[in-house]
Design a protein around this ligand. Structure first.
Ligand SMILES: Nc1ncnc2c1ncn2[C@@H]1O[C@H](COP(=O)(O)OP(=O)(O)OP(=O)(O)O)[C@@H](O)[C@H]1O
Ligand SMILES: [Mg+2]
Length: 241
């Protein structure tokens, strides 16, 4: 299935992926894309909405009505896998970061021609897996991670490796779940060899009301959500540089 025509070398292709629904894939993709497109990063960013639910596109439509006078800091486009492949050369040259927001389910059990999400993995340079503490079905998660690691192994022999990191989302300090979470993370590290980012995305109301225009990056802010966001984005940037 590995097709050299779809190779790219300039832009970084990034997916927040997990087989679970409602785990923050779209939220983290939009937040990160919004941050990298503005100060102090100022990257050329494209967010591809590959989900039929069109969450990112609808968010942008809403924002366009509320930020009438302003130019959006980055593009959000709805695209199928086929469409992405057709325009991969242009996308690759035009952008620094390309985020692809995919539907939740992994489709490796479907016939090959329907494996949209699996095929998108072939284009991906960095896969970030959002996790929520206490809600893991560890065996299912481990299976998913193992499939990813298999893809990673295959890609290690090519000139474009697949980097995979876990990201804690909905993290709450001092919650009882954190004790279980520690055990879960150790399990995943041990059984699947999955590396996690140091900075978790905490659970904040500010992350429920994101928009696609304004970055929350602010080194001086004492607001907890902005502080968390700034620390996360710095680590994300370092990992993907
Ligand atoms: N760190 C967070 N703090 C607070 N709310 C969050 C956080 N992350 C996500 N949410 C909220 O959780 C809900 C689900 O998030 P989101 O839509 O990003 O998940 P998803 O994985 O993209 O879901 P789907 O599988 O349906 O595509 C949303 O209402 C979002 O606002
Ligand atoms: Mg989503």
């Amino acid at each position: 299935m590995y097709n050299s025509n779809i190779n790219h070398c300039m832009a970084k292709f990034i997916v927040f992926g997990n087989q679970k629904g409602g785990i923050g894939k779209t939220t983290l993709a939009v937040l990160t894309a919004t941050g990298l497109s503005q100060d102090p990063f100022n990257k050329k960013v494209l967010l591809i909405d590959n989900d039929n639910q069109q969450s990112a596109i609808r968010l942008r439509q809403y924002d366009n009505e509320h930020y009438e006078e302003e130019v959006p800091p980055y593009f959000i486009k709805g695209m199928t896998y086929q469409k992405i492949v057709e325009s991969i050369k242009d996308i690759d040259q035009e952008y620094d970061y390309v985020f692809i927001d995919t539907p939740g389910k992994l489709d490796h059990n479907l016939p090959p021609e329907q494996q949209e999400v699996t095929k998108i993995l072939l284009l991906t340079d960095f896969l970030f897996m959002p996790f929520k503490g206490g809600a893991l079905n560890l065996d299912a998660t481990t299976d998913y991670v193992k499939i990813l690691l298999k893809a990673q192994k295959h890609r290690a022999e090519t000139d474009r490796p697949l980097n995979i990191y876990g990201v804690l989302n909905f993290y709450k300090e001092r919650s009882r779940i954190n004790r279980e979470l520690k055990e879960e993370l150790e399990y995943l590290k041990k059984h699947a060899g999955l590396e996690f980012l140091n900075t978790p995305f905490k659970q904040y109301v500010a992350y429920e009301y994101i928009d696609t225009y304004k970055s929350m990056y602010d080194k001086k802010s004492l607001e907890p959500a902005k502080k968390n966001y700034t620390t996360f984005l710095n680590e994300f940037y370092k990992k993907t540089k």
